[in-house]
Design a binder for this molecule. Sequence first.
Ligand code: URA
Length: 461
Amino acid sequence: MITARLAAEDDFDGWRDHCRGLLRLGARAEDIVWQVGEHVDDLFANASVPPPGATAIGVPPDFATLARSVICHSDPQRFSLLYALLADLKAGRRRMEDAADPLLRHLHCMAKHVRRDIHKMRAFVRFRRVEEEDGEHYIAWFEPEHHIVRHNSAFFVRRFAGMRWSILTPQISVHWDRDRLHEGPPARKEDAPTEDAVEEQWRTYYGSIFNPARLKVKAMLKEMPRKYWHNMPETALVPELIQSARNREIAMIETELFPSAPDTLTSLRADAVRCRRCPLYGPATQIVFGEGPENARLMFVGEQPGDQEDLAGKPFVGPAGQLFDAALAKAEIDRSQAYVTNAVKHFKFKPMGKRRIHERPNVGEINHCRWWLKREIELVKPELIVALGATAIRSLTGKNLPVTANRGQMFESLEGVPVFLTVHPSFLLRLPDEATVKAEKRRFLADLQAVKARMKRWVSV
Ligand code: URA
């Protein structure tokens, strides 16, 4: 066994010099023990280190690039794996050109992990300001996965040349005094400050650049894994920002696309006729806007107009509408006193021969149409909204609430109006047998009676 001793974990030059000597000796990868620092771990290792060979070895340039990255990997086998590949290249095997070569693929994968770690460090190091006798000092704590700190120092020097800073890590510390870079021993997390006055500014900045319309939670977690969060002040905001993303997205669409909102239902309806927020206006005959008194205390929200509503331009006039009317009459709710509308104002369908088959609106369509519904709610100011089915409750609350598990319960719309959830009347049209239809009609009626009971508690004005 031959021991090849390197000065540091990322000592590429030392590794290269040893390789020159070892190749000259004809050493095989399995005969070499690579040691970092002073201690010797291998009992069988022969401590005589081959003298570094001075003569350069010709290697393909992409090998040199690959090796420089792989050397920074934390896998202790990296020196040996690279040596094995190098020895083969020296022997004339053209392994760098074989994309299926398992060793080459493994090394490329290691290099990729190193590059990713380098990128993470650049993105997630957060300096905290400390006032010291000789001025401001910015200190950051970071836990890299690989031996990338030295490699990355030049980046931080360029980026923060005018600041006095230190990056502390469990591997080494690096300190920049605006003139020279110094290296120090490994640090502990407790050595780094946890909070400073700049923290709040970070959070404000992050909160303001956060674009809810571009939120992709999975991609975000992939890009900013949770293990880095404890070190980054802005991550305290992330759960809240994700939760409120939809409301903020809606608000963004509203203010950017429609800066001034109509202030009567008549002008709102007139504007809606020209709506092009989503492609549903194209195939539909016309918009089907809400209907009812401007001061209605009760509002019903359905899903979207059906075939007949699309032709008539009025909500709930087809088969579901007739069922709805009958149930309202039984519950003694006067439809003419209520405002009846839909979450989505255009009929979405798939043509099938002469028929137009209803298609459920997707979240994007619901969100785009939410602007109209919100304005209807703001102008009518109902005291109670009845959500008919899943699309309505999604639009009203921004949440996907399963209807069967939540029917008969109260929620709150994004505007703060109480919302009672029940099934959509068309659900009653799709039931398999007469007995189930009867039972479900009774349940729907019971829900509407619960609504009526609430209305009776309203103080007349
Ligand atoms: N279904 C709805 O949700 N709304 C209508 O207007 C008609 C059927």
